[in-house]
Design a protein around this ligand. Structure first.
Ligand SMILES: NC(=O)c1ccc[n+]([C@@H]2O[C@H](COP(=O)([O-])OP(=O)(O)OC[C@H]3O[C@@H](n4cnc5c(N)ncnc54)[C@H](O)[C@@H]3O)[C@@H](O)[C@H]2O)c1
Length: 373
């Protein structure tokens, strides 16, 4: 059975960077590769940016910032040679068949024989992913569908193809269970597997109904979140988290592969609002914003407390040594442990600017209107 000692993750977007961080959390060295960003001097800008985003995410994709040292950033042009050292290569690039297959051709030429390759695809069937690739590649290939955010979502859907080696499938399932702490669900090679077959249906239904009824994202999410036992993001917040640009890609692929009688076919239309948001770069948290914009605001008193904490402690050293010593100890401990004590003391506001939804647009009865500023 393949022993997984080193992993490569291809694509450093929302999922790729999150998967790389989670591998590092488990103490596994990771090679993270992505395309070279056009017009960018730093050829690893995308992967380095992906690691930065995971470090800066709240909560972070890394259990500790030191884990980021296990991630080696590179690009798919200069660093394919690094794949030779990897036992498992996870592909998490754009949800487009031709893009993924192009990446597989490069990977197959560079990987070591017997290494396992898997796709994080949400919907693409395994038999289409390996079409036209060498039989040896198809034998080493499977789907590992992580959920967002990879550090926190326990579910991992795994799919084997007709040609997948049973020992490779077993090795990854075991590794994901024991080392990554995932709950493995084996799925058939059907459109959207299990979670997206159900999840994409209800997400799209909720979005289209909210637009039709003129319900705002805040209203819809107030109901379709915790009150009905789903994550607090609700529907629109979940679109922002997933990436609004990904949803049409997933939906189109499902339309391509679902049976003629499937009710998703009668349900789905691509709302003009969503098209416009994607065109304008409002792709959710990874873009300029989405249905919500998250503002992290630190008020004056918060900044004041933060900047003056050692000053206060030293001042009290002169007035009352015991109090000063305690304050110094508290300030140092807070710094070490990164406790959010000062923001709490100073009423730092971290809120979702729900009033300014959907970039420059908002839902109104009768359609989407330009927001008056
Ligand atoms: N976003 C989610 O919540 C989620 C959840 C589960 C699975 N997925 C799946 O994970 C995969 C990645 O999705 P994502 O949300 O991270 O997307 P993303 O848009 O955040 O990232 C896509 C990555 O693909 C790279 N890329 C673009 N063109 C490329 C090319 N020609 N060759 C190689 N790389 C290229 C981009 O640079 C980017 O890093 C998709 O298959 C998606 O279906 C996404």
């Amino acid at each position: 059975m393949v022993d997984i000692k080193k992993v490569a993750v291809l694509g450093s977007g929302v999922m790729g960077s999150g998967i790389a961080a989670h591998m590092a959390n488990a103490g596994i060295p990771v090679v993270l590769l992505d395309i070279v960003k056009p017009g960018e001097k730093n050829r690893n800008a995308l992967t380095e940016g992906g690691v930065e985003k995971q470090l800066g995410a709240k909560p972070s994709g890394f259990v500790h910032k030191n884990k980021a040292k296990l991630v080696t950033c590179g690009n798919l042009e200069d660093n394919l040679g690094l794949l030779k050292e990897c036992d498992w290569i996870v592909e998490a690039v754009l949800e487009k068949l031709e893009v993924k297959q192009e990446v597989y051709r490069k990977v197959d030429a560079a990987r070591k024989p017997g290494s396992i390759v898997s796709s994080n695809t949400s919907t693409l069937p395994i038999h289409e992913l390996v079409k036209g690739l060498p039989p040896a590649f198809a034998k080493d290939f499977m789907i590992t569908h992580f959920f967002n955010p990879p550090r926190f979502m326990r579910l991992l859907e795994v799919v084997k193809g007709e040609q997948t080696r049973p020992d490779a499938f077993e090795a990854i399932s075991r590794f994901a269970d024991v080392t990554l702490g995932k709950g493995i669900v084996e799925c058939k090679d059907t459109p959207g597997f299990i979670a997206n077959r159900i999840g994409v249906y209800w997400l799209m239904l909720a979005l289209l109904e909210a637009i039709r009824m003129g319900v705002t994202p805040e209203q819809a999410d107030a109901v379709m979140g915790r009150p009905v036992g789903i994550p607090k993001t609700g529907v629109f917040g979940l679109f922002d988290l997933i990436g609004i640009d990904l949803m049409p890609l997933i939906a189109r692929e499902m339309l391509h592969t679902l049976p003629e009688s499937d009710s998703f076919r009668t349900l789905y239309t691509e709302p003009e609002l969503v098209k416009k948001m994607i065109a304008d770069g409002y792709t959710g948290r990874k873009g300029k914003g989405g249905f919500y914009r998250i503002h992290r605001v630190e008020c004056f008193s918060c900044r004041f407390f933060k900047q003056c904490r050692y000053g206060f402690a030293l001042f009290f050293q002169f007035c009352s040594k015991p109090i000063g010593t305690v304050l110094l100890f508290v300030a140092q401990t807070v710094d070490q442990l990164k406790w959010p004590v000062f923001p709490v003391i100073a009423h730092a506001h971290r809120f979702i600017d729900a009033g300014n939804t959907i970039g420059n647009f908002r839902h109104e009865r009768g359609g989407v209107r330009q927001r008056s500023r």
